[in-house]
Design a protein around this ligand. Structure first.
Ligand SMILES: [Zn+2]
Length: 345
């Protein structure tokens, strides 16, 4: 089990980098990875704080994260030989830092500039262009420094997506329990409770989050970080990723002009909750309250794409048993489900 040693969330927390560097006894060389936009927002400040802490700092610009890009980053790590890697950016940058630091056996520190999904604190990465459309296990961050002043600069849609990813844990945990009861799969009550608690907290604080103040952002950040920790404890994405995530991965394959990960997972969670005959209306209500998509139209996809994705979802990951595997839905039932939940007309 790998857990972050330092988690610092709040306004102006980038200023605390020297203090964190001292406590973690960071020395030698640091490599800061970012894209040009995130470098301006936070990367430059991170580099300067590290220099003030006595570290030698190199900088690496990342744009996308295909398998090729990651290999290029790994080559840079081999050449520059940093002692620690800082990922400063959104999901792509954090994932690139996570996977390349893991393969090169150095720790990485997560400095998110957006809150669009739970990857900011998890040990998992999603690799674009790989044969697996879902996440794979890498390593947890040594520390997470989330500055809400930085995160507040990102478009509101990222917050909406992050909320969707957390609310999705209601059904992810149901799927995990189902796999345990029906297939004898390992189930960790503590990790499951942590994921569930995050979903409840975001639901209860939806109004506060919509208010767009620092406090709401903190609730979401803490929920996303707790989800990351839940995955570290479980040693897999199980507590945080079930049938609703499979639906989202399937929608990515069905329509390349898809919505954001968390937005799709939120809609997937409505569908899964309906299939479980549980309170799907509450999930939809919270998503609507936050301003997250709850229909195909709002996701920017065709009605048929939603139905196709729901039918395909179980097939893209046969070993991850969920309600979709249990029910083995045909196209007509998928269509009926999407209509009954108001996702399609
Ligand atoms: Zn997710």
């Amino acid at each position: 089990m790998q857990l972050p040693r330092e988690v610092i969330v709040g306004k102006g927390t980038l200023n605390r980098i020297p203090e964190v560097a001292k406590r973690l006894d960071l020395r030698g060389k640091a490599l800061v990875m970012s894209d040009s936009k995130c470098y301006d927002i936070a990367g430059r400040a991170v580099s300067s704080f590290l220099e003030k802490s006595g570290l030698a700092v190199d900088f690496l610009l990342v744009k996308t994260m295909t398998t090729q890009d990651v290999l290029a980053v790994e080559d840079q790590i081999k050449e520059l030989k940093p002692n620690v890697l800082f990922g400063v950016g959104g999901g792509t940058i954090i994932d690139a830092a996570k996977i390349s630091s893991c393969t090169q056996n150095i720790p990485f520190i997560s400095i998110p500039t957006t809150v669009s999904h739970d990857g900011i604190a998890s040990p998992l990465v999603s690799m674009k262009g790989s044969d697996k459309p879902y996440s794979i296990l890498a390593q947890a961050p040594l520390a997470i420094i989330a500055d809400t002043d930085v995160i507040a600069q990102a478009p509101w849609r990222f917050v909406v997506s992050g909320c969707g990813d957390v609310i999705a844990k209601f059904t992810a945990v149901k799927d995990w329990k189902l796999a345990h009861v029906e297939n004898g799969e390992y189930y960790g009550g503590y990790a499951a409770s942590l994921a569930l608690m995050s979903a409840k907290l975001v639901t209860e604080n939806a109004e506060l989050i919509v208010y767009r103040q620092d406090e709401g952002l903190r609730v979401l950040l803490e929920a996303l970080i707790s989800c990351g920790v839940a995955m570290s404890i479980a040693g897999s994405s199980r507590p945080c990723s079930g049938s609703e995530h499979l639906f989202s991965h399937a929608l990515d394959l069905v329509n390349s002009h898809h919505a954001m990960h968390g937005e799709q997972c939120g809609v997937g969670s409505i569908l899964s909750a309906y299939l479980y005959r549980s309170n799907w209306q509450r999930i939809r209500k919270t998503l609507k309250q936050i301003g997250a998509p709850t229909t195909a139209n709002e996701l920017g996809v065709k009605d048929a794409d939603v139905v196709k994705a729901l039918e395909l979802a179980a097939k893209i990951r046969p070993e991850r048993y969920t309600i979709l595997h249990k029910l083995n839905l045909n196209y007509e039932t998928c269509e009926k489900t999407a209509k009954a939940t108001g996702i399609i007309n």
